[in-house]
Design a protein around this ligand. Structure first.
Ligand code: IYR
Length: 224
């Protein structure tokens, strides 16, 4: 049955106002960097919950919200995650990554050591849910990959907007996260996102960024 329809409208704004809001947002987002050196300064659980609620507000295929956020703040569990992630990454860096991948990672300066998994006050682990069981029936979700990616992006943006640092970490294969965090087989680990303050001595690589002109194409008749 179709849902009841309710009105939807947004505040009336001039093009100039939209542009200045967009310019301000771009300036803020352009300063986001992936952080690999965190401070242990605590972050309140309620703040993490609100940030996750923002991720959870993401659109999703058929409104299924095919994701799970697991917020890990227990030092002992974070340490277990670190040990398991480092074991996978050691294998990745030592013999699983092909040479071209290692070369692509070289400027970023990453290696198999992941101290931030102990230090960051929260590890937010996202899972994607391709199907769910309701009443003994297997129900397919739609676009779980796209949906979970959008939710992750909104969560990352929310963290940056409130003033916190994040990292999109993928210590593949990530099956260990399902086991350590007690999630069922239909939940596939998607991203491990440490959240917190950068350490006082945190640094990031000074990397050239692909210009927008290489990522944006206008069609020939696009209006001004
Ligand atoms: N997951 C590994 C390797 C890695 C992969 C990509 I793509 C990066 O942008 C950075 C690192 C690690 O976290 O070390």
């Amino acid at each position: 049955m179709p849902a009841k329809m309710i009105p939807y409208s947004l505040a009336e704004r001039s093009d100039a106002e939209l542009q200045s809001r967009a310019d301000a947002l771009l300036a803020e987002m352009a300063s986001r960097r992936s952080c690999r050196v965190f401070s242990d300064r605590p972050i309140p659980r309620r703040l993490i919950e609100t940030l996750i609620a923002i991720g959870h507000s993401a659109p999703s295929g058929a409104n299924r919200k095919p994701w799970r956020f697991v917020a890990v703040g227990d030092p002992a569990l974070k340490h277990e995650v670190r040990l398991a992630a480092e074991a996978e990454e050691r294998a990745n860096y030592q013999h699983r990554f092909p040479v071209d991948w290692l070369e692509a990672l070289e400027p970023i300066g990453t290696n198999a050591q992941k101290p931030f998994l102990d230090v960051a006050p929260w590890l937010v682990v996202m899972f994607r849910i391709d199907w769910e069981e309701t009443g003994g029936q297997r129900v397919q979700n739609y676009y779980p990959m796209e949906s979970t990616g959008i939710a992750a992006g909104m969560f990352l943006m929310a963290c940056h907007q409130v003033g916190l640092a994040t990292l999109t970490h993928t210590p593949n294969p990530m099956k260990f996260l399902r086991e350590l965090l007690g999630r069922p087989a239909n939940e596939k680990p998607f991203l491990l996102i440490p959240v917190g303050w950068p350490a006082a001595d945190s640094v990031v690589p000074d990397l050239p960024k692909k210009p927008l002109s290489e990522a944006l194409q206008w069609n020939a008749n696009a209006p001004m």
